[in-house]
Design a protein around this ligand. Sequence first.
Ligand code: CDP
Length: 226
Amino acid sequence: MTVSAPPIIIIAIDGGAASGKSTSSKVLAERFHLLHVDTGSFYRGVTAEFLRLGVSATDAPVVVAAAAALRFGTKLHGRSAQMEIGGRVVPDAEIRSRIVNENVSHFAAIPEVRAALLAYQRGQVDVARAHHFRGVVMEGRDIGSVIFPDADFRFFLHADPTERARRRANEGGHDSIAERDRIDSTRKTAPLSCPVGAVSIDTTHLTAAQVVETLAAPVSARLAAR
Ligand code: CDP
């Protein structure tokens, strides 16, 4: 008798900058043995690469050609997927730099850049399978709307802008999250918004641990019922 592998679980977590996505995604990955995929780091990696090549977000034909030439791979860092571009992992210090913060939303608004990342993001499920994870917890802006609209769980995190600015300042970065949110929410392709049917959670007055428990409860309940 052959025993088929249990289905892969997909958890989509979307939300604006500093809404609590990364912290909670990492804990869920640990708790449920999932591959953690931070798609923001992918957009950041691509942005760092474009900047390295001297590509400007205002020069659409050059961006389109550069996006088509990108070759992606994935390396595991603990439970997290790290993007490789042309065989090189773009270091964290580079993708979290001020210049990347200032440029990433402009590149992410270009449909061809999003298209170049679409299959790569969906392909993280194969990476999870290959490494025997139980599933994927993927965070971003359009995961529950575009990448995995049929995910098992779709959450949308939001918080008061003042609280989010305070969280980001505590992390010590130079980041204009209000400006990124404005660009991300108003772009034509895959704008940041709560997907229909997703569970929307206001994290303004919740601790990180409370956010995790809110997200984990339905997942635990579903797994227990299987
Ligand atoms: O963590 P933080 O909120 O600073 O942002 P991030 O998740 O690292 O994402 C950086 C930027 O990538 C966002 O401001 C978006 O412009 C873009 N992004 C996107 O367009 N779609 C995604 N699925 C993830 C990120």
